[in-house]
Write a protein that binds this ligand. Structure first.
Ligand code: GLU
Length: 459
């Protein structure tokens, strides 16, 4: 487990150990022993599977590509988590992301454990035929350890419904006659995927922001004014006033979160900046997000990079360096790219007072502490970006029942689930002087500890 996740889990366990109302049957030496055992269980994955996928490229060369599947914990249900195709993938990163999935599912009461997969490669370097082969080989090599009731992969950075369709098909042919629909989620709708899955993470990311700064804030304003908490002051500062947002990353998560902000009828938003791997686009009056989505859908996902492309997109914007998106003077910064984007060396340039983690682990531990001490509200990954896995759960259920919900039904269920979590967490967060991440971790760790205790795993 990477240091930040491990550290916060340990803090949560230390606090729970002292709280005698939590698992009151555990006393004295037995209590200490049980908590030591919890720390060991949560800080290490149950299994790390590693393989080298042997692929014959179209030019005749044969390569072996490192690939992983990490199964962190399955106390709450089958392991669950995406498969990432990216050149920076490594064992430690996949293990950390798997641990985050365990916590994310526990926090939102999704009956799954935590897992994650990764293949060390840049998908842009391979042809469609080669990518298909890579997906088949991945399933082939890991087919013994995955399955609808064992470990259920889904899309992540660099993968989408096309890859999940290929993978499910391979799983089906390796295990003829066995249940297969629930072996992968994030599939295309025609192939048993769920309506609303593709947009679910981005929708959920924006919903957490809207719920905190609009629904909850308006309902609880009188109480919030009475609490002596720096985060409550930050939030109240945004009541009934226009919000400026910048969004790092314009993929499946960032573009949908930006669109939700653009279309929101509750908050008076202006999305003034978006970025991708090439550029930041900025306009002080707000960007035309639908036009940018239309442009990226026709241009391999890339935003316009020069005046000519901007006029093709029919968008007015200033072109800035890609990392400028982080440092703009905005109210809200949505991080929907990769991990470790805000760190020790750039944290003092951040001006936003609210940060929403659409990506997993985009703020390092040191930066998180520095910003939280300044009263910046960071809506953590495990709270904000769970929309994807929540709708994956609905997809898995629909596959079992072979009954499918409408997109409207899926969205309603998604927001209901996220609202339930926010309603549990926000009063604690604004009541206690702890950052939101700490509150979410305590809640998730409590859930996991109780289950592990009830299952007799703490010895
Ligand atoms: N990869 C996504 C995540 O990090 C979705 C996982 C899933 O649907 O299982 O949450």
């Amino acid at each position: 487990m990477a240091s930040q996740t491990g550290e916060i889990v340990q803090h949560s366990l230390d606090a729970l150990l002292e709280d005698s109302s939590f698992l009151p049957d555990l006393k004295d030496q037995t209590r200490k022993q049980a908590f030591t055992s919890l720390a060991a269980l949560l800080s290490t994955p149950n299994q790390i599977h590693k393989s080298f996928l042997r692929i014959a490229l179209e030019n005749g060369r044969v390569v072996r590509i490192p690939a992983f599947r990490v199964q962190h914990n399955n106390a709450l249900g089958p392991y669950k988590g995406g498969i990432r195709f990216h050149e920076s993938v490594n064992e430690e990163e996949v293990a950390n992301l798997a641990a985050l999935m365990t916590l994310k599912n526990a926090l939102h009461e999704v009956p799954f454990g935590g897992g994650k997969g990764g293949v060390v490669m840049n998908p842009r370097d391979y042809s469609v035929k080669e990518l298909h082969l890579i997906c088949e080989k991945y399933v082939h090599y890991f087919s013994d350890v995955i399955g609808p009731d064992k470990d259920i992969p889904a899309p992540d950075v660099g993968t989408g419904d096309r890859e999940m369709d290929w993978m499910m098909a391979e799983y089906k042919s390796i295990r003829p006659g066995m249940p297969y629909r629930g072996s992968f989620t994030g599939k295309s709708v025609v192939n048993g995927g769920s309506l609303g899955r593709r947009k679910a993470t981005g929708k959920g990311v924006y919903f957490t922001l809207r719920y905190m700064l609009y629904d909850f804030l308006n309902e609880q304003k009188n109480w919030l004014r009475t609490v002596d908490n720096v985060f409550a002051k930050t939030a109240l500062g945004y009541r009934n006033r226009p919000l400026t947002l910048s969004v790092q990353g314009f993929g499946n998560v960032g573009s949908i979160a930006a669109l939700e902000a653009f279309e929101c009828k509750h908050l008076n938003n202006k999305v003034v900046a978006v970025s991708d791997r090439n550029v930041t686009l900025y306009h002080e009056d707000g960007l035309d997000i639908p036009a940018l989505i239309q442009y990226t859908s026709k241009n391999q996902g890339d935003l316009p990079v020069d005046e000519k492309q901007l006029s093709e997109a029919n968008v007015k914007a200033q072109i800035l360096d890609r990392e400028q998106v982080l440092y703009l003077d905005v109210d809200v910064l949505v991080l929907a790219a990769l991990e470790d984007q805000i760190h020790q060396d750039n944290v003092d340039k951040i001006k936003a007072n609210v940060i929403v983690e659409g990506a997993n682990a985009p703020v390092t531990g040191e930066a998180d502490k520095y910003l939280s001490d300044r009263g910046v509200i960071i809506v953590p990954d495990i709270l904000a970006n769970a929309g994807g896995v929540i709708v994956s759960y609905f997809e898995w259920l629909q596959g079992r029942e072979t009954q499918f919900y409408t997109e409207e039904e899926v969205n309603k269920l998604l927001l209901k689930k996220m609202k339930g979590t926010m309603d549990t967490i926000l009063p604690q967060f604004f009541g206690d002087p702890f950052p939101l991440r700490q509150n979410c971790y305590i809640h998730a760790v409590m859930k996991l500890s109780t289950i592990l205790y009830r299952q007799g795993k703490l010895y």
